[in-house]
Design a protein around this ligand. Structure first.
Ligand code: HEM
Ligand code: HEM
Length: 174
């Protein structure tokens, strides 16, 4: 095998698109909370898009165990760093949405969503002291940092090393 399976490729790029949407929706939600204007719909949309990332990550790890991965490129320190970043990315793809779910379960947002009463939703400083909310914010920043390193690595392979690594994460040609 020289490339990732088509279903692994599909989930890789779908996850990227969902993360961009979830990030944007999360920032909007946080802004609405600060202005005490958050809505139940805002929570549902952010939660569903973020929840889809969690679901896809679980499915992706299952496919990975079934389909395998292309062979390691090499054993240089950079190759090992790239592999370590992949493992950390999977960890964050799991912990980030889970911390979002726990944020809802351990704050007033949970009560608001269960009762459908938007007036109970957290207002400015409403997440003060909610540990999972702090973790959610930390995880967002860790994700951004990891994706930055990951994309810089991909760009280096594409434009400096010119070794065709990107082909491994693109759909197979017949
Ligand atoms: C992996 C996908 C996710 C990403 C990229 C993401 C991103 C974000 C971002 C950027 C914020 C704003 C943080 C801030 O500046 O305060 C946020 C807030 C939040 N997210 Fe997520 N999130 C994800 C998944 C989830 C899930 C699955 C849930 C729950 C089902 C969730 C629940 C929340 C809650 C409750 C807040 C707080 C909103 C507020 O401060 O008013 N998130 N998220
Ligand atoms: C423009 C953005 C991106 C580019 C150009 C890119 C490119 C690539 C490439 C070329 C590979 C294959 C590496 C190899 O064969 O060794 C790869 C693997 C991977 N990418 Fe990305 N990627 C991007 C965004 C993301 C994002 C946003 C995530 C997740 C947050 C992610 C997570 C992963 C993971 C976990 C692997 C390892 C796959 C495995 O071995 O199971 N990538 N990426």
């Amino acid at each position: 095998m020289t490339q990732y399976s088509n279903r692994m490729v599909l989930i890789h790029w779908l996850t990227l698109a969902l993360l961009v949407a979830a990030w944007f929706l999360g920032e909007e939600l946080a802004e609405a909370t600060d202005e005490s204007s958050a809505t139940i719909a805002g929570y549902l949309v952010h939660g569903l898009v973020g929840g889809a990332v969690l679901l896809l990550t679980v499915v992706r790890l299952f496919f990975r165990s079934q389909d395998g991965t292309p062979p390691d490129l090499g054993q240089t320190p950079m190759d090992k760093l790239a592999k370590g970043v992949h493992h950390l990315l999977y960890t964050v793809l799991f912990l980030l949405p889970v911390s979002g779910i726990v944020t809802i379960m351990t704050s007033d947002a949970g009560k608001a969503l269960l009762s459908g009463d938007a007036s109970l939703l957290p207002k400015e400083d409403g997440y003060h002291g909610v540990f999972a909310h702090e973790m959610h914010e930390v995880m967002v920043n860790v994700l951004i940092l990891l994706v930055l390193v990951h994309v810089l690595g991909a760009l280096k392979h594409q434009f400096i090393m010119k070794d065709g690594l990107m082909e491994r994460m693109l759909p197979k040609r017949k």
